[in-house]
Design a protein around this ligand. Sequence first.
Ligand code: PLP
Length: 382
Amino acid sequence: MEISKRADRISPFYVMELLEKARMMELQGHRIIHMEVGEPGFETPGPIKEAAVAALNEGKTFYTHSLGIPELRRAISDDYANSCHVDIPPDRIIVTNGSSGAFTLLFAALLEPGRTLVLSDPGYPCYRNIASLTDCAIQSIRVSAENNYEILPQHLDALPSADLLVVANPSNPTGAVYRPETIAALHRRLSDAGALLIVDEIYSGLTYDVDFSSSACISGDIILVSGFSKAYAMTGWRLGWMVVPPNLVRPIQRLAQNLFIAPPSISQYAALKAFDDKEVLAQMCSLYKNRRDFLIPRLKGLGFVIPRIPDGAFYIYAGIDNFGIDSMAFVERALSEAGVAITPGYDFGEYGASSHVRFSYADKLDNLEEGCDRLEAWLGNV
Ligand SMILES: Cc1ncc(COP(=O)(O)O)c(C=O)c1O
């Protein structure tokens, strides 16, 4: 039997393909500098790992409640209260299999043929790829450095319809941080039309020189998605969460029971320790800032165009017009000829895709320095 048309249509997540290729080259003995993947260059903090070991030893290896263990839902609620002074009842918090799991559940609950999902271009590719499984319509809005890469209410006015808007704040791939007034205006515009806003805050906690406030402070109707992968250096633990309005909890629970049964048990018990030590998170954040501050002038010096300093996440979205090479060819050659892995603009949409690449500065400074030296030597010969 042939695979379904839906599955046939879905695009690869290029950055994962590139990572897999780079890892294959490493197995063959090549040294690769990783500036492609959005993976923290830190191990998961010790207390979280110790809590996982304790949970294993205590036999906490069974399915949990489909919406997450009550202690973790409470801990997430307490963290919103402590860090943003917002009261979010634990029963509106749903623990998920990575924030990716939250998107699968939300799109299954909210999208169907005839509804329109609105996304930014460039933007995080998995939103589109997951949503395509629902056969909904998808509208892209082109965002650019002049507008801080923000979707604005007037962009929505120009669309025939908009049922659901997803923005990432801070954003992948641009590292832009939305102004709270933009989020508030988008929310007003969408609610007036009976539409919903999802804000993906997976990179919250990773902002530099700007004040970040969670959209939880703006309205309880905004759906928040977040997780432990990035700020807590827990990508492999596959744990995230979402905050939803009360009427969505039960439909999502039914979906979660069927699609995932439960989030991973050991990861949940480990994550109970994640919010305890904010100092370790602040240290990681300050190291990312140093890496960003090293990389931007160095890349500009090599001829990359960076019109706006990214304020968050660990990405730099850089123009490659000066090199006259399509971004896919650019990253393939950078990997095979310089041993530097970078993500092509094509992973993030169509607008400017051929003339942009994304650098991740999640890796150690020494490696980033070596990556730039290698690129400099390679660019001298292309
Ligand atoms: C904007 C954004 N949202 C969600 C995710 C997925 O994160 P998780 O590991 O929680 O599934 C990523 C991963 O790169 C991301 O960049």
